[in-house]
Design a protein around this ligand. Structure first.
Ligand code: SAH
Length: 351
């Protein structure tokens, strides 16, 4: 193995930090052997804190109506071929009821940026969930909102917020998004969420169009410095109606290597093995866990809408991706030595 790579992995393991150029060097020298070593070290770091526990989240996709036009995304506003829906408050609460019965203790409300879900409406939904299930965490993933709005949702009881930064490079952000969207605003939102007191998640797609090693190095440096509580990463998968329809799917191996590196940067981070990874490989969820992830987010949306929240081609929603199949997921995790637990699954700090 390349001596410098070995030295960098050891440094990362001890100091949880590398320079931007060293991250880039590591990314450019990822052989199978290096990826396996990163996974081994990441799993060891994860086990020290989380043992063999896998935390689960019930993902409720509350709306595929979106005011934004992200070039990669299947539910972007200018896609006229998208069958739009929006869940009612009662439908969302009924998903939580089903999920609670199945053993979920975190509900993630994700959606497009749908104006209908005003602060008043969201606060009402959040406080009802917290009232009915006081032992559960509520995570929101509703895109960019004002600081005042984030504060109101937090005061209503939301615990966590997921807002992927998508890419930590300003120019690359501009390549993936229309001019009306701004990198600065996305980053400001993340800072605001943290200041308010949310457990905050950022994240990015691996293999997004025009992504280069220096972009990924910036993503890693950003994670090292921002210190998120959670980080969602998955491979880019093209969507047939977007201008990136003919771009290549991101690599599962590179995604797993990124999961391992992020685990070494932040041993206690909550790191999902994502649906996108589970979509491009039949054993993607397992591969993510074996690379250092410790969270899985099965789909708890009403079955009638699951197909409609199509961020990318063939997004998986059945089998172990479906919340109802939790036992199947638990069996698959057990087969690789992990245990799905009934727990809010908060970040363990001060370890
Ligand atoms: N509107 C919310 C939720 C977005 S959907 C927000 O802005 O945060 C959740 C995530 O799906 C996005 O952050 C993006 O990283 C991912 N995603 C969207 N299109 C994708 C694609 N084509 N391939 C892989 N991931 C995609």
């Amino acid at each position: 193995m390349d001596k410098k790579v070995l030295m960098l992995i050891e440094k990362l393991e001890k100091e949880h930090s590398l320079s931007l150029s060293d991250y880039k060097y590591l990314i450019e020298n990822l052989t199978d052997e290096v990826i396996a070593l990163l996974a081994e070290k990441a799993v060891a770091a994860r086990k020290k804190i989380y043992k063999n526990c896998v935390y689960i989240r019930g993902l409720i996709e509350i709306s595929n109506i979106c005011k934004n036009d992200c070039y990669y995304c299947g539910i972007r506003r200018s896609n006229t071929d998208c069958n739009r829906y929006r869940l009612t408050a009662d439908e969302i609460l009924s998903c939580c009821k089903t999920g609670y019965g199945l053993g979920f203790r975190t509900f993630v409300l994700q959606g497009g940026e749908d104006k209908y879900f005003s602060d008043d409406i969201m606060c009402d939904i959040i406080s009802k969930i917290k009232e009915n299930y006081p032992d559960c965490a509520v995570t929101l993933s509703l895109g960019e909102r004002s600081k005042e709005s984030y504060q109101r949702l937090y005061d209503a009881g939301a615990d966590r917020y997921l807002l992927r930064h998508e890419t930590a490079d300003n120019k690359h952000y501009g390549f993936l998004h229309p001019d009306e969207m701004s990198f600065e605003n996305r980053m400001d939102c993340l800072k605001n969420l943290k200041e308010i007191g949310y457990q905050v998640g950022c994240g990015f797609m691996v293999g997004s169009p025009a992504q280069r090693p220096e972009h990924l190095a910036k993503d890693l440096k950003f994670i090292e410095e921002f210190k998120p509580d959670m980080c969602g990463i998955g491979p880019f998968v093209p969507h047939r109606t977007t201008k990136f329809a003919d771009e290549k799917t991101g690599s599962a191996e590179l995604t797993c290597a990124m999961l391992s590196i992020i685990r070494l940067i932040s041993p206690n981070i909550l790191l999902p093995s994502t649906t996108a990874l589970g979509t491009i490989l039949p054993d993607g969820r397992e591969r993510g866990i074996l690379a250092g992830a410790n969270v899985v987010m099965p789909n708890l949306s009403p079955e009638s809408v699951r197909k409609k929240y199509e961020l990318y081609n063939n997004k998986a929603y059945d089998g172990a991706e479906a919340a109802e199949q939790k036992e199947e997921l638990a069996r698959r995790m057990k087969a690789i030595g992990y245990e799905v637990v009934t727990d809010r699954g908060d970040i363990k700090k001060g370890q």
